[in-house]
Design a protein around this ligand. Structure first.
Ligand SMILES: C[S@@+](CC[C@H](N)C(=O)[O-])C[C@H]1O[C@@H](n2cnc3c(N)ncnc32)[C@H](O)[C@@H]1O
Length: 231
């Protein structure tokens, strides 16, 4: 175990990718790890140089509690934005080169800011494997990569990674594209059916949003803040 952000113990989750086993992201083909790794051989289209504005606004309106976990943290921009505000953040990402870049960016920050950041290579479909109860989990464009059955497993695991009273913030595409290797739509109805008193959650707010990118018009999206109820 390693000493993580905010002094919490973070289990090392470095993964050896097993192509036979794969990751549970069936909509990205037989080897989603290779798919995303290839995207990071260039600047990824979702890398807009900072936090997505609609996610940033939701975080301003409902300030996150520490420690913060950023799922699918890419090259670290959202995690760094939170660390600059004083939060202790763990970024979890399965592409090594993206994590290397995030660590380079963190190392270039003021020492007191980089001390609040930790970037781990690991599988964000199982956040509880980090062995930490987070005050907040941020999901900027992660669960829309998962098919509904994969999302079932992720949401069950997520509950073990969020402290009672903690929050899950999500920002996902809200429309379907009829092409391969793109995210699916997450609707307000899906959010309410997955996160409710019966499943141990409370939806604080859901808003229409857009997801910016470097190559095309912004994509219609949805942003939500959800609270984990006590056991
Ligand atoms: C659509 S991008 C969004 C990146 C970033 N959060 C943002 O808002 O710009 C999804 C990210 O999740 C990562 N990812 C996909 N599947 C993953 C998994 N199973 N575990 C960890 N990271 C994963 C991808 O490599 C990519 O960096």
């Amino acid at each position: 175990m390693a000493r993580g952000a905010c002094g919490s113990r973070v289990k090392r989750t470095n993964i050896q990718h097993d192509t036979a086993k794969g990751f549970s992201l069936g909509r990205f083909g037989d080897d989603p790890h290779a798919f995303f790794g290839h995207v990071y051989s260039d600047v990824a289209p979702w890398e807009v140089g900072g936090a997505q504005p609609d996610m940033a606004r939701m975080l301003e309106d409902y300030p996150p509690a520490d420690p913060v976990l950023d799922l699918g943290s890419a090259t670290g921009d959202l995690a760094i934005a939170l660390a600059l505000q004083g939060h202790n953040v763990v970024g979890l990402e399965f592409v090594q080169s993206a994590v290397d870049r995030a660590r380079e960016k963190a190392a270039a920050l003021a020492p007191e800011v980089s001390a609040r950041l930790r970037f781990e290579v690991g599988d964000a479909t199982m956040p509880s494997a980090l062995g930490v109860r987070f005050g907040s989990v941020l999901d900027s464009g992660f669960i829309h990569l998962l098919d509904p059955d994969e999302t079932d497993r992720f949401v069950a695991d997520l509950r073990d990674a969020v402290a009672p009273g903690g929050r899950y913030y999500l920002h996902e595409f809200a429309i379907e594209f009829p092409i391969d290797n793109v995210p699916r739509a997450i609707t307000g109805d899906e959010i309410h059916s997955r996160f409710n008193a019966d499943t141990g959650w409370r939806v604080v707010e859901v808003r229409p949003a857009v997801f910016h990118n470097r190559v095309a018009q912004p994509t219609p999206a949805i942003v939500a803040c959800i609270e984990r109820l006590a056991d």
